[in-house]
Design a protein around this ligand. Structure first.
Ligand code: GRF
Length: 203
């Protein structure tokens, strides 16, 4: 099977991107990372991309007058890479329905909560504040609504009485990496099927 062409979008340190990179390098994921897109100058992901020898596209949101211009720039910049899959890995921008329509069912995201609970920012802090006893992460296909879209996989972790947003985030992160790698692996092996809101895994 032909290797899938992957473009990663990230805004920060890039530990999920690194997990995907490592799984590509080891041959677990039947794909190749063709480019990285980042919206924050100086973000850790940019040095990681350089280390990997992967082209990095910096789209500094502040340099664009509107979201339309920002997204158009990204669409044009990634077009030559003919992505089969876009992985949002800590990408802190909401993509418009126009952008998403160019890559329908080809954009996936990881969110540090058991969706549909705790969408948006500080999901781990929201979980601590709500007093839930189980938290986790969700990998899902991206739709225009924030942190919504067909769920591919979730992993759970316990929440302890003395947890803070940071301690819970660290525990969830240990599950994010294998969860994201598992989902990208399934995607690249053509094993994911989406019917409405339901994702089924073939085979
Ligand atoms: C992760 O917690 C991810 O779930 C969230 O942003 C964080 C990114 O971390 N969307 P990293 O940059 O992958 O280390």
């Amino acid at each position: 099977m032909t290797k899938k062409r992957i473009v990663i979008f990230a805004s920060g340190r890039g530990s999920n991107a690194e997990a995907i990179h490592d799984a590509v390098a080891s041959g677990k994921i039947n794909g190749e990372i063709n480019a990285v897109v980042c919206d924050i100058p100086g973000a850790g992901i940019l040095s990681k991309a350089e280390e990997w020898g992967v082209p990095a596209i910096l789209a500094d949101r502040k340099k664009f007058a509107s979201r339309e211009d920002f997204e158009l720039f990204i669409l044009q910049a990634i077009a030559p890479y003919r992505a089969d899959l876009i992985c949002l890995a800590g990408f802190m921008r909401l993509l418009s329905s126009t952008f998403i329509s160019h890559y329908e069912n080809k954009i996936i995201n990881i969110h540090p909560a058991l969706l549909p609970s705790f969408r948006g920012l500080h999901a781990q802090g929201q979980a601590v504040a709500a007093g839930v006893k189980i938290a986790g992460c969700t990998v899902h296909f991206v739709v225009p609504d924030m942190d919504a879209g067909p769920i591919i996989a979730q992993r759970a972790v316990p929440v302890y009485a003395d947890d803070t947003e940071d301690t819970l985030a660290a525990r969830i992160l240990t599950q994010e990496h294998p969860a994201y790698v598992e989902c990208v692996t399934l995607f690249c092996d053509d094993k994911l099927q989406v019917n409405g809101n339901i994702v089924t895994i073939n085979g």
